[in-house]
Design a protein around this ligand. Structure first.
Ligand code: ATP
Ligand code: MG
Ligand code: MG
Length: 551
């Protein structure tokens, strides 16, 4: 049905394997453990693990943990769980860039001995100033010509904690006039007197991303180091380190366009703010675009993987992806795989006056209209029912094919009923309908007239009360963080969560956390992983029924 979108990296690697330049591909997914993974990361995960899976290679999970102040064990645990839940297996142990700190330190000493690195005493502000701009070359630091001996000694004393944060850095000595600012003596080490989740208090200096990433790739024998386009300008530096250090392998960096999804933020920093300010109920709030939030909302791993196939992989920025494509992916999965049930969101009581109070009748209904492998469900019928408030209209227009005074409608899987009387309370609110059943309409059309409408219902005596959480987009505009002068919180959707006290058919009583259903005529729902219990069922709306994605 959906043609696979182009994936230029997969095509390229296939050619390399066919041409014999590559025998076995080794990729890595390198998250920083400073937040939960989001749908953008899913694109990178599906790309890196997908290539390994499809082309007979392997993919490592490596935490890029060079910034201890922002990192936490809880994020490490969550990231591992998300990758596994998506259905991927990393090759070998979980790896950490911090596993290589000793080696990186030895390579820093190597660069100093070769005259290719120096300790700089300029302040962070001075370093920025000396670095120049796109139109102006940088100028050398007065500390640039220190001797190797002095640099080695200073670096060791930095490591031992003799200097305060910001007092000194180690820089590569490359080219202060390079048109590529990344090559104007980039920083290799900063002083940070911080406790590290993996290495404890061993280090008082931490390597930069640039000094860490490519060398970690080389140590692990990564063949293709795939990253987003922001790193294109860092590639000459990535290669400079590999060419100037005695590394065991020469990985290649390949860039691709990051995923940007409309109505969605894909910045960990901004998502963290939503969590910290308690605007959402944690990182896995079902409105969050995090993998764990989407899981809790009811997304399946298969649907996220399918979405990532659908968007493809290109080198040019593809702009904003329509969120309807993502909802299409989950909707089509649930359409095929979620059992059906009837559930009334806003109940209106119906009394069937010609059905005796002790009447017993139970329908055996398919769990899914096209899936004979799914068990049948039992749907009891009785004198008192609930229907949806908006399936009744007192002053109905001609085209309203649901229930109205004197009008008929079919109860799904059951009889045709007619509304005979509307009961209101003192305030004029409709509280009950009195209806009568045409007993000659079960499984067949009524005599001499057409009844067009079919509505869902639940037997009052058998229905199970449940909490239903109707989720919608968290933001009301396509690009909540587009305008730098407007706080993205201004665009929050005040109706991103509406809670209903609903009544479901009895087959729902045994729903386990994460069980998914189509509530007929309403949408797709998933029992909440954390809150739903047998005593208090809680369902999250994953997505509505209507598909607005146009290919
Ligand atoms: P943030 O920008 O919010 O700090 P990050 O991109 O730095 O997030 P990392 O943990 O470094 O987060 O990301 C791990 C991997 O996921 C990186 O290789 C990164 O390129 C990739 N990635 C992150 N966001 C996206 C995205 N929106 N689309 C595709 N890949 C992404
Ligand atoms: Mg990063
Ligand atoms: Mg980033």
């Amino acid at each position: 049905e959906t043609t696979p979108a182009p994936n230029f990296i997969r095509n390229q690697v296939r050619d390399e394997i066919a041409g014999g330049q590559v025998t076995k591909i080794v990729t890595r997914f390198p998250p920083e453990p400073n937040g939960f993974l989001h749908i953008g990361h899913a694109k990178s995960i599906c790309l890196n693990f997908g290539l390994a899976e499809q082309l007979g290679g392997e993919c490592h999970l490596r935490f890029d943990d060079t910034n201890p102040a922002k990192e936490e064990q809880a994020y490490i645990d969550a990231i591992k769980e998300d990758v596994s839940w998506l259905g991927f297996e990393w090759a070998g142990p979980v790896r950490f860039a911090s596993d290589y700190f000793d080696q990186l330190y030895a390579w820093a000493q190597h660069l100093i001995r070769e005259g290719k690195a120096y300790v700089d005493d300029l302040s962070p502000d001075e370093i920025r100033e000396y670095r120049g701009t796109l139109t102006e070359p940088g100028k050398p630091s007065p500390y640039r010509e220190r001797s190797a001996e002095e640099n080695l000694d200073l670096l060791e004393r930095m490591r031992n904690g003799e200097f305060g944060e910001g007092e000194k850095v180690l820089r590569a000595k490359i080219d202060m006039a390079s048109p590529n600012i990344n090559l104007r003596d980039p920083i290799l080490y900063r002083i940070r007197h911080a406790h590290h989740h993996q290495t404890g208090d061993k280090w008082k200096i931490y390597p930069s991303y640039d000094f860490t990433h490519g060398q970690s790739d080389a140590i692990e024998g990564i063949t293709h180091s795939i990253c987003t386009l922001e790193f294109e300008d860092h590639r000459p530096l990535y290669e400079w380190f590999l060419n100037n250090l005695p590394v065991p392998a020469k990985p290649r960096q390949i860039e691709f366009a990051r995923l940007n999804l409309d109505y969605t933020l894909t910045s960990k920093r901004k998502l963290k703010l939503l969590v910290d300010e308690q605007i959402v109920d944690g990182w896995d709030d079902p409105r969050m675009p995090t993998i764990s939030g989407m899981r809790r909302r009811g997304y399946t791993a298969a649907s996220i993987r399918k979405f990532c196939e659908m968007i493809g992989v290109t080198r040019s920025d593809g702009g904003l992806v329509d969120i309807a494509m993502l909802t299409h992916a989950i909707r089509s999965d649930l359409e095929d795989n979620a059992p059906r049930a009837m559930c009334v969101m806003k109940p209106l009581k119906v009394v069937l006056t010609n059905v005796p109070a002790d009447h017993e009748e139970v329908y055996e209904v398919p769990g899914h209209p096209a899936r004979e492998d799914m068990p049948m469900r039992k749907v009891p019928f009785g004198r008192e029912l609930y229907i949806e408030q908006n399936d009744f209209m007192e002053d109905a227009p001609k085209k309203f094919f649901r229930l109205a005074p004197g009008k008929e409608v079919r109860l799904r899987n059951s009889y045709v009923i007619r509304c005979d009387e509307v009961i209101k309370d003192d305030a004029g609110e409709i509280v009950e309908l009195r209806c009568s059943v045409d007993f000659d309409t079960l499984g067949k059309n009524p005599e001499g007239r057409k009844v067009k409408g079919v509505i869902h219902w639940v037997s009052a005596a058998h229905g199970v009360p449940m909490e239903v959480r109707l989720y919608d987009n968290l933001f009301m505009v396509e690009q909540p963080d587009r305008d730098k002068d407007v706080d993205f919180l201004e665009h929050l959707n005040p109706e991103s969560l509406v809670v209903c006290e609903a009544i479901g058919e009895p087959s729902l009583a045994s729903a386990a956390p994460e069980d998914r259903f189509q509530f007929e005529r309403v949408g797709y729902f998933c029992a909440d992983r954390h809150a739903s219990t047998a005593e208090h069922l809680v369902f999250n709306r994953t997505v509505g029924l209507k598909d607005s994605w146009a290919k």
